[in-house]
Structure formats: C-alpha cells, structure tokens
Design a protein around this ligand. Structure first.
Ligand code: ADP
Ligand code: MG
Length: 227
C-alpha cells in the first residue's frame, strides 16, 4: 500500500544542511497498524509529513497503491489528501466555533458530497468513535480526549486509505490516551491502515509493528506480539 524508497529530507540553515530524514526505505501493507517511534528530533514528524503529502521530500520516492505520488502536481496532491488520506494531530486542529459534527462535516462537504449524505457520514463516524452523545458540543465543551476523538472521527469519515497520526496522545492524560488507542485498535481491526507517530513506548507497543528512527535513519523495524 505504501512504499518508501530512499527518502531524504534536508533542511538548510545558517549552520549547514540537516538530514532530518536520511535514506529511509520501508513498506507498509494494507491493514497494518504501524508505530513510528524515536527520541525528540529523530525525524518522526518530518517522515510522516512527507508520507502524508504535507511536504515534499528532497530525494527518494513515495508510492501509494502502486502510484508514485512524489512529483504529482499541487492539485492532484490536494485531491489525494482530501479524498484518500486522514490526519490526526497532537493539538486536534478542530475549528473552535464549530460543533463536533460540523467539524467532521466540513471536509466531507469540501469533497463535494451532498449535504444529507455528508451529515449522515459525519454522524456515523462520531457514533463509531463513541461520541454519539456529543454531536452538538463545541470543542471547548469537550475534554481533550473527546476533542482528539472528534478529530479521529473527522479523519475516518471519508473512509481514507491511510490514517496518519502525529503524537495523538501527547496532550492527553493516560486514561484519555488509552481511549484514543482503543479507537485506533478497533478501526484497525476493521481493516483501517494506520501510521502513528509516538515517542511513548507503551503506546507503540499497541501497534503491530514498531519502526524506530534515530537521527533520521531507521534503527529498528520490529513486529510486536499482540497480546
Ligand atoms: P520528531 O518529530 O522526531 O521530534 P522532527 O521530524 O520534528 O522530529 O524534526 C527532525 C529534525 O529536523 C529536528 O532536528 C528538527 O529541528 C528539524 N526540523 C524539522 N522541521 C524543520 C524545518 N521546517 N526547518 C528546519 N529544521 C527542521
Ligand atoms: Mg514530532
């Protein structure tokens, strides 16, 4: 499903060139739940941004479902992001003036779905994530964990090929973090492919596979025994 070949991302600054991602190659099959871990500054977010088409790599190729998407024009990248990928960020990235269901609805309307169908999908994905009783709450009326789960509902509403999650539990207490992980495990059991960046070994251990980065390179790639 995802193939990454010799990926490099360089950042140039006054002090020279930093290789944030340094010659990384791996592939992920449909239905995998992969954790990307490593210390702060090891290149986790940078790698995920390249894979999620949120940034352009300096070198290397990214192939999704057999299609090399590395050099696609801007509008095609935008369309893949909107229609085929889902994102969950550390800070939830919800629109504060909009209710939970409206936050989930917006990207569906941007995809051109008719209003009734979009509303139905938005509601279903909030129900699926266990927030069926919070549809009309504003983000400020929800706990951090609930806000993150709204952002997961938004990420899955259009049935994406892959969900990218960058430190989804970094701002959450352990109870809310476990609920978020439970949501990911359930979605993955239903077939959803997930790539999750986390620096917390406890949460990485809940994925099928753990890829560890050090200084922009893969230092290990191991399969977990799922309990
Ligand atoms: P992680 O997510 O593992 O904490 P990052 O991918 O955010 O690490 O960063 C990897 C390295 O790249 C760090 O040294 C960071 O300072 C650097 N870096 C990240 N983004 C940029 C940027 N836009 N410009 C310059 N350097 C960056
Ligand atoms: Mg990061």
């Amino acid at each position: 499903m995802i193939e990454v070949k010799n990926l490099v991302k360089k950042f140039e600054s006054g002090e020279g060139v930093l290789l944030a991602v340094n010659n990384v190659s791996f592939s992920v099959s449909t239905g995998e739940f992969v954790a990307i871990t490593g210390r702060s500054g090891s290149g986790k977010s940078t790698l995920m941004y390249q894979l999620g088409l949120l940034d352009h790599p300096s070198e290397g190729r990214i192939i999704i479902d057999g299609e090399d998407i590395t050099d696609l024009p801007h509008h095609e990248r935008t369309s893949i992001r909107l229609n085929s990928l889902g994102y969950v960020f550390q800070d939830y990235a919800l629109l504060p003036e909009l209710s939970a269901i409206e936050n989930v609805l917006i990207p569906l309307l941007m995809q051109g779905l008719p209003q009734t169908e979009a509303l139905e999908k938005a509601k279903n994905s909030l129900v699926r994530i266990g927030l069926g009783d919070r549809l009309h709450h504003l983000p400020s009326q929800l706990s951090g964990g609930q806000q993150q789960r709204v952002s997961i509902a938004r990420a899955i509403a259009h049935d994406p090929k892959i969900i990218f999650a960058d430190e989804p539990t970094a701002n959450l207490d352990s109870e809310s973090s476990l609920l978020v992980l439970k949501n990911f495990i359930e979605l993955n059991n239903e077939g959803q492919t997930i790539l999750m960046v986390t620096h917390e070994p406890e949460y990485a251990a809940m994925a099928h596979r753990v890829i560890t980065l050090s200084d922009g390179e893969i230092s290990s790639d191991k399969w977990n025994k799922i309990k």
